[in-house]
Design a binder for this molecule. Structure first.
Ligand code: DSN
Length: 415
């Protein structure tokens, strides 16, 4: 899908920028754990005529005419998501993860209700009640974190806070947490205090779908996810819930929060879900975790401090305090070396979020390119060299050349 002929004819500026982005995605090692490579089929559907159609409502109950094929597409996406995750009810219309979570709050809560969720600086997500967001301003959020020593979610603290604050909603799920989340334990606490449980699996839904992380679907009232991270679909969101919450969740999405669904995204999601139902997707999910563990092993040999000591999933959080370099400076040096990650706060960080102490790195995109443990060990060596020589432009360019040579051996899917 590299033919931008139509775009080029109308707008060479945008065509050139897209071409350069394609080249970048081919030539660098993309380690941002929320990113991936969608397939050519998924990309093609996102650029299809489905973008032209309005479809407020749900399958068989639309407000505008002309829905025969859109109903077919949305129906397929729902049916495949149910099969893949074993969910009782699925809504594929959320525009992305943030609106998906907001629709849950709208569907299940009243303004001012209590939420108990994971603190952002400990690995949670903005939309789980962080003060600067609508979720933190319209609801009364209190937040749990990780244990100071193990850096794992402190389930005793979760239970104690749930008993003290009696929230109406408990949220589990994270965007920078490298360990398995114990959904059953969260469900037990939620049941004890009479709270709903929302599991936000935006980061790990591909691992859950592929059997590489336990599923929250049997335990949670509602499960939210984005569709473009480890799940490798188009940029979008999805909600799964118990049948008893179906009406509230559907109303929360439409008409509560959104207008017409993005049908081009729904079409692409149906395709991505079909891809995720294939046996190869289970291999990809397992390999993503194995690669992350191989990368962790490689970094540990270079004395990197990994938050919680390692990983069970697709990402690693590296505390660079012992390397005397900030997360931002490290991320910039790595980018010059063709290795793209993001600076990230680590739990109990003493630095500010814009230039925190850590970096967050993940293996979904590299795994989608077909890379394995050998490449992860090589990558750990390059990361170590770049972080030791952040000002040495010659050394960083030399690594970038080697990175490109490696990338050439593992063509980027879809582009
Ligand atoms: N921006 C996503 C991430 O990188 O984790 C979360 O919304």
């Amino acid at each position: 899908m590299t033919d931008n002929a139509h775009i080029r004819a109308v707008d060479p500026d945008v065509a050139n920028l897209i071409d350069q982005e394609i080249q970048r995605q081919r030539d660098v090692l993309r380690l941002i754990p929320s990113e991936n490579y969608a397939s050519a089929a998924v990309l093609q559907a996102t650029g299809s005529c489905l973008t032209n159609k309005y479809s407020e409502g749900y399958v068989g109950r639309r407000y505008y005419q002309g829905q025969d094929y859109i109903d077919g597409i949305e129906g397929l996406a729902i049916q495949r998501a149910k099969e893949l995750f074993g969910a009782e009810h699925v809504n594929v219309q959320p525009y992305s993860g943030s609106p998906a979570n907001l629709a849950v709050y709208l569907g299940l809560l009243n303004p001012g209700d209590g939420i108990l969720s994971m603190s952002l600086p400990h690995g949670g997500h903005l939309t789980h009640g962080w003060k600067v967001t609508i979720s933190g301003q319209y609801f009364n959020a209190v937040q749990y974190g990780v244990d100071k020593d193990s850096k794992r979610i402190d389930m005793d603290q979760v239970a104690a806070m749930a008993r003290e604050h009696k929230p109406k909603l408990i949220i589990c799920g994270a965007s920078a947490y490298p360990r398995i989340i114990d959904f059953a334990a969260f469900a037990e606490i939620a049941k004890e205090v009479g709270a709903y449980l929302l599991a936000d699996i935006a980061h790990i839904s591909g691992l859950v779908a592929g059997g590489a992380h336990p599923s929250p679907v049997p335990y949670a009232d509602v499960v939210s996810t984005t569709t473009h991270k480890t799940l490798r679909g188009p940029r979008g969101g999805m909600l799964m819930c118990k049948s008893k919450h179906a009406k509230a969740i559907d109303r929360g999405v439409f008409p509560g929060l959104q207008g017409g669904p993005h049908n081009h995204t729904t079409g692409a999601l149906a395709i991505a879900l079909k891809e995720a139902l294939q046996p190869e997707f289970r291999d990809y999910a397992a390999q993503t975790v194995r690669n992350c563990q191989a990368l962790a092993d490689g970094l540990l040999t270079h004395d990197f401090d990994l938050v919680s000591g390692g990983t069970d999933n697709h990402l690693l959080l590296v505390d660079l305090s012992n390397k005397n370099i900030s997360g931002k400076i490290a991320a910039k040096a790595l980018e010059k070396a063709g290795i793209v990650c993001n600076a990230n706060s680590v739990p109990f960080d003493t630095r500010k979020p814009f230039d925190p102490s850590g970096i967050r790195i993940g293996t979904p995109a590299l795994t989608s390119r077909g890379m394995g443990p050998d490449e992860m060990h090589q990558l750990a060596d390059w990361i170590n060299s770049a972080i030791n020589l952040p000002d040495d432009e010659t050394a960083l360019s030399e690594i970038a050349r080697s990175v490109k040579a490696l990338c050439d051996q593992f063509p980027a899917p879809g582009i």
